[in-house]
Design a protein around this ligand. Sequence first.
Ligand code: PMP
Length: 394
Amino acid sequence: MPDLSDRVISITGLEDDGWEVFNLAREMKLNGKDIIELTIGEHDDTTHSLILEAMHNSARNGNTGYASVPGTQSLRQEVAKRVQNRTGVYTTPNNVIITPGGQAGLFATHIALANQGDAGLIIDPFYATYPTTLRSAGLNLRIVKTIPEDNFIPSMDELTKNAKGARTLLINSPNNPTGTVYDKATLLEISKVAIDNDLWVISDEVYDTQIWVGKHISIRSLPNMENRTTVIGSMSKSHAMTGSRLGWVVAPEYVVEKLSDLACNTNYGVPGFIQDAGLYALTQMPDIEKIVAEPFNRRRKIAQKIVKEYPDIKVHPSLGGMYLMIDIRATGLNGVEFSKALLDARSIAVMPGESFGNSSAGHIRVAMTISDDKFEYATRSICSFASSFTTSTN
Ligand code: PMP
């Protein structure tokens, strides 16, 4: 039998994929066990019915053919307006390409900005697909370590050490999995490293509407960054449209042109009725982002209050996004051991911190994606379970 390409063979399998607990939970669920799942970033609410109606109407009105590959002019225009209003950076439709979700944008930008074998930086802890996305695009990974005590913010030293001779730097604020939000000083430091080392910055801002403390700052808006930054946006998280696969990349015009060439040869863009639904949501539903985001802020506050009652267990501030990073190192277990034991003893599934890199070892990531009362119950249960180890081992 002929072989597969080295590229696809090497995508996965190099790090612990971290999905063991998730798969185990799904299997237990299939076997009829009642499991509380706090694993993936899927809202507990589905896409708003008005957005679905707009999608339906668009399709029923005949918008079922091939859509313009870089995106419909009206949606590109709206995204450009939104980005310009929120960041102050002059942005036109030619700076925007509509993609099938942020994930497609992450892959396409790495393909467009780096050559096969170039080094690309990601910051640990990272969103689980980052290493595999870079590898799929042919890059060599360089992992920038952080520490929990710095709230997982990368130090200049670590960044500089890794930046020499690299081509790209992928950042993510608000961050999945940590909830860290980079402030201006951090972003200025990152931009200095990028400029000094002539790096492209790929800024994953898919959680930009979920900020609980402070303000979202796009690195593209900092001095001398516009021409070396591509921003990944998505309606998955902001509008609870994960299944619609609707996102975008904002980039210099000549990059967008090439991304459009690439899209012609990969996904051929996003269905027109999905784009119309996105346009409807962006133009006709001004409050929807707040409505979609608010439950996560509420639940974060619920969790912070509960965790305070357990002095050995610490929760990271979670300044944005839909996850909590809980430090369970005091239990003496690592994240994988703890998550397995938790699933077994309490039927609660969380993601081990190790699924997102070594910097979050000894942590668990909790997705705040169930109703408030269930979430309160689950958080209490996680904390009491964790403290049963600390009290017995102390
Ligand atoms: N970036 C981050 C940090 C994410 O958490 C996700 C989804 N969980 C994505 C990108 C991709 O999102 P989508 O493709 O649904 O837009």
